[in-house]
Design a protein around this ligand. Sequence first.
Ligand SMILES: Nc1ncnc2c1ncn2[C@@H]1O[C@H](COP(=O)(O)OP(=O)(O)OP(=O)(O)O)[C@@H](O)[C@H]1O
Length: 245
Amino acid sequence: MVEVRLDSVSFRYGRKQVLRDVTWCITPGVTGLLGENGAGKSTLMSILVGMRRPRSGHVSLGGSSETPRVGFVPQRFTTPGEMRLIDTISYAAWLNGVDRRATAPAAQRALEAVDLGGRSHERVRTLSGGQRQRLGVAAGLAHDPDVLVLDEPTVGLDPSQRLRVREVLTALGGKRTVLLSTHVLDDVQFLCHRVGVLAGGTIAFDGTVDELTSALAQPNHPGNGLESALERGYRTFMDTLGDDR
Ligand SMILES: Nc1ncnc2c1ncn2[C@@H]1O[C@H](COP(=O)(O)OP(=O)(O)OP(=O)(O)O)[C@@H](O)[C@H]1O
């Protein structure tokens, strides 16, 4: 099992400072990353997977694996409609360093993990939105990464597709370090053992979902009666940050 550590990571786009001295440890299991639009979640994830270099600070992966592998499922990806699922995922596996002869079995395993194993010879264009999302997860998974990072994996899915993706991610979190960003607090509630809240360029909260729910939730906080305890806790926490975020 692999742990991901960010040490004093800072990043800016031109003059816009997005991350300030972020220090955070992401442990095995599923961790959620929350934060308002533009808080810097995607930026943090792209640094974590090595797509962007921090201006200062560093990211390290430590644990039982000597050469930890990282998989990434971006927020938006294009799916080649005419390709078969197995070829798409074999290609992703090859891009991620899997030996050419091992790509097809690796792709089949990844498709099975996301419950698309029976459709491996169908074309991508025959998939629904939720199935495409799962195909994206398979692409991030085919090289059997120790760390899997997913940027808003349930966005745009209907409730039953969202449940299916959640089940897949829960199973993956059993033996990996999974980090996912989301705006859906239900996802966090059902999926995550820990949660980080990115605000004001730093990890303003790092703890368990229960801690975010109960330690910060104020029963008297005005709500609409429909929001969950976690939603109240998150909103209360964000209120405490005031204009700093
Ligand atoms: N390539 C870029 N060049 C300049 N500014 C950028 C770039 N990408 C993102 N930003 C800015 O950096 C900030 C953080 O963006 P980022 O996409 O990381 O946030 P986010 O938390 O993932 O947002 P969302 O929840 O909307 O996906 C935003 O203000 C955004 O406008």
